[in-house]
Structures are given as structure tokens and as C-alpha cells.
Design a binder for this molecule. Structure first.
Ligand SMILES: CC(C)(COP(=O)(O)OP(=O)(O)OC[C@H]1O[C@@H](n2cnc3c(N)ncnc32)[C@H](O)[C@@H]1OP(=O)(O)O)[C@@H](O)C(=O)NCCC(=O)NCCS
Length: 147
């Protein structure tokens, strides 16, 4: 299988995870101050995840477990040269599957404004669109979503 999701564990995984996030979510947006040692990445209920494709790291997400039912997806990013080729869809499908495996039934994301359409294509619904980062949700039904 060319693509799979892995929990960030090794030093190499952490390096790839930070490299993708720093470039795509900070530097490409003109932001500084990315913190590779931010404690939220190491909390027990937060799951740092890496999408591997053809053996290489190509995307990131973090799934933060809020309670037995709810998870929040954060810091979703696909490598710049690989966007709009279906990898974001694969990443989110696998994050949803991972979340189901934890027993979660509901996901939220504070979407980047220009990524709202991406989540909508994947079946997410906007709850509050009047925010800088619109709050979106998705119910996790039993079995894998076809989308
Ligand atoms: C947003 C992001 C994760 C999407 O990943 P991707 O690999 O480019 O998306 P895909 O190619 O899998 O696209 C899946 C679907 O969403 C659509 N889509 C992708 N990005 C979109 C966007 N920004 N706006 C509207 N639709 C979008 C695609 O057209 C595709 O639709 P289709 O399959 O019906 O034709 C990626 O573009 C990215 O990392 N962007 C920069 C960082 C960012 O904004 N992250 C989100 C933080 S909340």
C-alpha cells in the first residue's frame, strides 16, 4: 500500500513532522516562532501523526483527544509540491479511521479560512463560519467513510 498513517515516534519521524509543519503552516504564511519543543505535541492525549507515501513523509496532522467521544484535528498539512493530488483526502480518511480506533465519534477542526472548502469536500460541516478559523465538525459513523 503506497500510503499509510503512522504515529510520530522516532527522531526521524519528529524531524519530518516538524519540517513539514514549520514550512507549510508557518513559513509559507509568513509566520515565525515555530516551536519544535511545544509541550502540546508531547501530551499523552495528543497524537502526532505522519502520512507516509511511497516510503516518504508527505503530510502531518495531530489528533487531540478531548474526551471519550470528541477529538480535535490540528495542524493539517501536505507538502507544498504535493498538494491537490488527493493526499489530503487520504490523510484525513486515515485520521478519521485512527480516531474511530480510539473510540471517538465526533471530530472538530478550527479550519484555516482557505481550507474550509477542502473539509467541506470531505463531508465536514461548518458550525461557526464567522471566526478567523471556522469551527467545523464531522461525525464518525461506523466503518470507513467512502469519501
Ligand atoms: C488543505 C490541504 C491539507 C489539502 O490537502 P490536498 O492534498 O491539497 O487536498 P486534496 O488534493 O486531497 O483535495 C481533496 C479535495 O479537496 C479539494 N480542495 C483541496 N484544497 C482545497 C482548498 N484549499 N479549497 C477548496 N477545496 C480544496 C480538492 O479539489 C479535492 O476535491 P475533489 O476530490 O472533489 O476534486 C493542503 O492543501 C495544505 O496543506 N494546505 C496548506 C496548509 C493548510 O491550509 N492546512 C489546513 C489547516 S486547517
Amino acid at each position: 500500500m503506497p500510503s499509510h498513517l503512522k504515529r510520530v515516534e522516532s527522531d526521524g519521524d519528529w524531524a519530518a513532522y516538524h519540517s513539514i509543519r514549520k514550512r507549510i503552516l508557518w513559513e509559507d504564511r509568513g509566520l515565525g516562532g515555530y516551536d519544535e519543543r511545544h509541550p502540546d505535541d508531547r501530551l499523552a492525549d495528543n497524537h502526532p501523526l505522519l502520512l507516509m507515501h511511497d516510503g516518504a513523509p508527505v503530510g502531518t496532522a495531530r489528533l487531540d483527544v478531548v474526551d471519550q467521544r470528541l477529538g480535535i484535528v490540528r495542524l493539517v498539512a501536505i507538502e507544498a509540491g504535493l498538494q491537490r493530488r488527493g493526499l489530503g483526502r487520504i490523510l484525513m480518511r486515515q485520521v478519521e479511521s485512527y480516531a474511530r480506533g480510539l473510540g471517538l465519534v465526533w471530530l472538530e477542526v478550527n479550519a484555516a479560512k482557505n481550507a474550509e472548502g477542502f473539509y467541506q469536500r470531505l463531508g465536514w460541516e461548518t458550525v461557526h463560519s464567522d471566526r478567523k478559523n471556522p469551527l467545523m465538525t464531522k461525525a464518525l459513523n461506523a466503518g470507513d467513510s467512502p469519501s
